[in-house]
Design a binder for this molecule. Structure first.
Ligand code: ADP
Ligand code: MG
Length: 260
């Protein structure tokens, strides 16, 4: 009877203290520790360790969800041999996330289908695991959203929300030219991030063509200046992985009927 009261109270307190892992595991860990004749401190330590590990994992999952990746892509699923132009050593170094501590940027430049978005996602995902707040956005979508926010007088709030991230991925800059107001808002994001946050930008455009999407030479110059002050440049100039992949599949399909 006394035991029952103790467990009820214990479980209530663990819930109040928001220690779900301890709540779930206190009995089974107690059984193990009992068999091992472990000290009380050992029991408490094991429970604390489990709670901490689970808590870190839950926080990582929350960061990944909040990052809003269009698709989860990992470095393990990236085939470096399919894209030899990519500096693998640099990517491995960037995966440690130290560039974020140093507020440095990463530019992934190359043709369509060369794995830029895949690599940007893998880098940002690794950053989530390292504890960084991350937001992944398509550049065009971001500019559209910022323009809408401005119309609704929510622009400042929107920009503040972005500035709370340690890392912003601006995916696919250069596919669609911006309006004058749009280009200015993108500049605002880059300019606020300068030396405060890290940016990863993926683009199919070499620098000399950025003015074509930004529309204004001075603004482009100022933006590139901030973006490239402390930057790691990853160039991908091989063939499209998508194209090769679908060609491979087509050849396989073509071969199959005659195989019969
Ligand atoms: P980009 O952003 O450069 O246009 P993506 O990163 O979107 O290209 O790549 C297109 C598709 O091909 C994606 O599904 C991606 O996961 C895959 N892909 C590209 N390069 C590789 C690679 N080297 N290894 C594995 N998958 C790749
Ligand atoms: Mg892409």
């Amino acid at each position: 009877m006394v035991k029952r009261k103790t467990t009820v109270l214990l479980e209530h307190h663990l819930k109040q203290l928001k220690l779900p892992t301890m709540l779930r595991e206190y009995a089974s860990v107690a059984a193990v520790c009992g068999r091992e004749n472990a000290a009380f401190e050992t029991y408490l330590l094991r429970l604390c360790e489990r709670e901490l590990i689970d808590r870190q994992q839950r926080a990582t999952e929350r960061r990944i969800k909040a990052a809003k990746f269009p698709a989860i892509k990992t470095i393990e699923s990236f085939d470096f041999s399919a894209q030899p132009s990519i500096n693998e050593a640099l990517i491995r170094e960037l995966l440690t996330g130290e560039f974020i501590d140093r507020r440095e940027n990463v530019l992934l430049i190359g043709n369509s289908g060369t794995g830029k978005t895949h690599l940007a996602t893998a880098l940002a995902l690794a950053a989530c695991h390292e504890g960084a707040k991350v937001r992944f956005v398509g550049t065009t979508a971001l500019v559209t959203q910022l323009l809408e926010s401005r119309e609704d007088r929510r622009l400042e709030r929107h920009l503040k929300q972005l500035s709370r991230q340690a890392l912003i991925v601006l995916d696919e800059l250069g596919y669609v030219p911006f309006s004058k107001a749009g280009a200015e808002l993108l500049f605002e994001v880059v300019s606020r991030a300068y030396e405060r946050q890290s940016l990863i930008v993926t683009t199919n455009l070499p620098f000399e063509q950025w003015v074509e999407v930004m529309g204004n030479e001075r603004l482009t110059g100022a933006m590139l200046d901030r973006l490239t002050h402390r930057v790691h440049i990853v160039e991908a100039n091989g063939d499209s992985y998508r194209l090769r992949d679908s060609q491979r599949r087509m050849t396989r399909r073509r071969k199959q009927p005659s195989d019969k």
